[in-house]
Design a binder for this molecule. Structure first.
Ligand SMILES: C[S@@+](CC[C@H](N)C(=O)[O-])C[C@H]1O[C@@H](n2cnc3c(N)ncnc32)[C@H](O)[C@@H]1O
Length: 313
């Protein structure tokens, strides 16, 4: 079965990268190569490095890129937490632009066998990298109740974390929770009627929390962004598209921390002039969001936010 991914904020991301024809670029999240192809269209003698940890995405993207006859790219099958190491191996010291289009792709969500979606019955898996050891099934069946509460609260911002964790523990004592629909059933039976009637799916927050934990998404993002900003050449751009508030908060706070005087708070209290000059500047004071047209044709784009940072010296 063929699964398609509709690229989000494509033109905005490409404009944000401000591509120079001979530059070196990194797409940290290849997916089905939607952004990568557009970057390659703008390059002549430049080079694009693409990170991806999902084997299925790499196989599909290789086909897509070969059909388009592009040669000036390399796919790196690795987690983007290893961005700096992988570029160092290739003797790349600075790059002109780096893009992150975070989260999972539609093909990952739509393939029931991957276990990412509460809409299809499948194994509780949720690994982007299918060779990784931790699965959602392991978390749900082995984490202490208190750890599940923290997980649902911190990564899912779930109000009913306590009752959900309690009911999961009761259910797993009876029978291992192995499938997405088993978990959805427990969630539905734990929540009050008025919550179940809301438009958002009742399992959305728990599934988000599990996915973040399985793939260590927030830690990996923080660490990789740190590497990305040190790799940027002068005038180089960093473009990040995020899909939920936890990710966006990390990006926003990190960009602010790079551009604000570290003594800003103290200086506010004192009659001193700050001589702080940042090496970076935030291009997007407010995050860019998809147009209404894009949101209408691609429902999955509705929560997207795009932020851009530039290295200035
Ligand atoms: C939203 S999709 C990207 C879609 C792509 N921009 C396109 O238009 O086709 C995110 C992709 O990044 C990959 N990914 C997410 N986190 C990653 C990480 N830490 N390291 C490497 N790849 C990652 C996922 O496997 C997924 O295929």
């Amino acid at each position: 079965m063929e699964f398609k991914h509709q690229t989000v904020l494509l033109q905005e991301a490409i404009a944000g990268l401000n591509i120079i024809k001979n530059g070196v670029y990194v797409d940290c999240t290849l997916g089905r190569a939607g952004h990568s192809i557009e970057i390659l269209k703008h390059l002549s003698n430049g080079k694009l490095y693409c990170f991806e940890q999902d084997e299925a995405a790499i196989i599909d993207s290789e086909q897509i890129l070969n059909q388009n006859k592009y040669r000036n790219y390399e796919i790196i099958k690795n987690n983007f937490i290893n961005l700096a190491d992988e570029l160092q191996l290739r003797q790349i010291k600075a790059v002109n632009g780096i893009l992150y289009d975070l989260g999972v792709s539609s093909p990952q969500l739509d393939d029931y066998k991957r276990g990412f979606s509460y809409r299809y019955d499948g194994p509780l898996d949720m690994r982007m990298n299918q060779t990784a050891s931790l699965t959602a099934r392991m978390i749900v069946n082995t984490y202490y109740q208190a750890a599940l509460v923290k997980l649902f609260q911190n990564y899912g911002e779930e109000t009913f974390a306590k009752v959900l964790a309690k009911n999961i523990v009761i259910a797993r004592d009876e029978q291992e929770i192995a499938t997405t629909f088993q978990l959805v059933e427990i969630i539905k039976n734990s929540l009050p009627q008025k919550i179940l009637k809301k438009t958002k799916h009742p399992a959305k927050r728990v599934f988000q929390a599990l996915r973040i934990e399985v793939n260590q998404e927030l830690f990996v993002l923080q660490e990789s962004l740190r590497q990305a900003t040190t790799l940027l050449a002068v005038h180089g751009r960093l473009v990040v598209i995020s899909f939920h508030s936890l990710e966006d908060r990390i990006v926003k706070k990190y960009f602010q921390s790079l551009t604000q005087d570290p003594n800003y708070e103290t200086n506010q209290q004192l009659p001193v002039i700050s001589y702080f000059e940042s090496n970076y500047r935030i291009i997007t004071k407010k995050a860019l969001v998809p147009s209404i047209d894009e949101q209408t044709v691609n429902h999955r784009s509705t929560s997207a936010k795009l932020r851009i940072l530039e290295r200035v010296k």
